[in-house]
Design a protein around this ligand. Structure first.
Ligand SMILES: Nc1ncnc2c1ncn2[C@@H]1O[C@H](COP(=O)(O)OP(=O)(O)OP(=O)(O)O)[C@@H](O)[C@H]1O
Length: 300
C-alpha cells in the first residue's frame, strides 16, 4: 500500500502539491486525473522517490520512499515524455532494464512485443508516439516491480491498445503483486481500466473514490411526469444533484440507491421513464460542481 500523508511540494513559491493525503491500496488500479498543473506529475515523482516532499510523508509498504533503495526497488516510473537514448532500439532498452530491474522478464517482453507487433531492432526514434507509449508500457510491465507509475502513458493509445493493456494489467494482477498508478487527463480512457480514481486540483485532492462505489451511489434518469403536482413531489423527494428540463422531459442526476430511485420515479406514474448510463466524466462534473469548482477549468 502507498500512503501519502499531508505531503506538500513547492517550486520557487509555486505550491505544486499542497497538504495532500491519500492511500493507494494493493489489488487496485489507481487512476489520477486533474487539470493541467494540478500536481499529478509532482505527486507521481514524489511517490517514485525522485522528488522529496517539503513536508509530510510518502510511505511504500510502510517504509518511507525517499532515499530508500528497498522501497525504490519495488517501483518502476514511466514519465510522460518517455526517455529513450538517441540510438536505442527495443532490444537495447531491455539490456538497460535488465541492469536496473533484476526481475525484468525478457521472455514475457518478447512475447508481448510480438503480440503488439512492435519491431525489436528498429530505432525507437522512428516509432510513432503511440508505439513509443506501447513500448514504455511493455518495458514497465516486464520490469516486474510491484508498483508501476504511468504519467500520461495511456493518453493517445487507441481503444484496441487500451483494451490490450487493460487485459495485461488484469493478468499481471492475478499472477503477482502488481499495483498500477495511472495519471491521465482523459476520464474516458481511465474509466476503461481503473478501480479507484483520485481527482487532483490546484495541488489538492478533491476525491479519491472507488469507481463502482461512485457509480452505485449516483444514478441518471430521464422521465416525463404528466401530473405537475406528482412531478413537484418527486423532485422534492429525490436527492437531486443535477436537473435538466427540456419541455416536459426531465433529465435527473440523483444521489442514492438505484432501485429506490427507480421505484420512486415509477410511483409518480411517468408517461416515460428511462435509466441512462452515467459516465465517470459526468460523475466528476457533478461532484466538482457540488464542491463549488468551475468544471470548465477542471476537466481538460
Ligand atoms: N521543476 C519544476 N520547477 C518549477 N515549477 C514546477 C516544476 N515542476 C512542476 N512545477 C509546477 O508545479 C505545478 C504542478 O505541476 P505538475 O507537472 O505536477 O502538474 P500536472 O498535474 O502533472 O500537470 P499537467 O497535467 O499539465 O502535466 C505547476 O504549476 C508547475 O508549473
Amino acid at each position: 500500500m502507498i500512503e501519502v500523508i499531508q505531503a506538500s511540494k513547492a517550486f520557487a513559491g509555486v505550491e505544486a502539491v499542497r497538504d495532500l493525503t491519500c492511500r493507494i491500496r494493493d489489488g487496485e488500479v489507481f487512476g489520477m486525473v486533474g487539470t493541467n498543473g494540478a500536481g499529478k506529475s509532482t505527486l507521481l515523482r514524489m511517490l517514485a522517490g525522485v522528488l522529496r516532499p517539503d513536508s509530510g510523508e510518502i510511505r511504500i509498504d510502510g517504509e518511507p520512499v525517499w532515499e530508500n533503495e528497498s522501497a525504490k526497488s519495488r517501483i518502476c516510473f514511466i514519465s510522460d515524455t518517455g526517455y529513450f537514448p538517441i540510438n536505442a532500439t527495443a532490444e537495447s532498452m531491455t539490456e538497460l532494464y535488465r541492469v536496473v530491474y533484476p526481475g525484468f522478464d525478457t521472455e514475457r517482453f518478447e512475447k508481448l512485443m510480438g503480440r503488439f507487433g512492435l519491431p525489436k531492432n528498429q530505432k525507437i526514434r522512428t516509432f510513432s508516439r503511440g508505439m513509443k507509449k506501447q513500448l514504455s508500457v511493455l518495458l514497465g510491465i516486464c520490469a516486474g516491480t510491484k508498483y508501476l507509475f504511468c504519467d500520461e502513458t495511456f493518453d493517445g493509445l487507441d481503444p484496441v491498445m487500451r483494451q490490450a493493456v487493460k487485459s495485461i494489467f488484469a493478468t499481471e494482477m492475478l499472477d503477482r503483486e502488481f499495483v498500477p498508478v495511472v495519471a491521465s487527463h482523459n476520464l474516458r480512457e481511465l474509466e476503461d481500466f481503473c478501480d479507484h480514481v483520485g481527482l487532483l486540483h490546484q495541488g489538492g485532492i478533491l476525491f479519491s473514490e472507488n469507481l463502482s462505489d461512485l457509480k452505485m451511489n449516483m444514478q441518471k434518469v430521464q422521465c416525463v411526469i404528466r401530473d405537475p403536482e406528482a412531478e413537484k413531489q418527486l423532485l422534492a423527494d429525490l436527492d437531486i444533484v443535477r436537473l435538466d428540463r427540456r419541455g416536459s422531459m426531465l433529465t435527473l442526476v440523483v444521489r442514492g440507491d438505484r432501485d429506490v430511485i427507480l421505484a420512486r420515479v415509477q410511483s409518480a406514474d411517468p408517461v416515460f421513464a428511462e435509466e441512462l448510463p452515467l459516465t465517470l466524466e459526468e460523475i466528476f462534473i457533478t461532484e466538482t460542481e457540488v464542491a463549488g469548482y468551475d468544471i470548465k477549468n477542471i476537466i481538460a
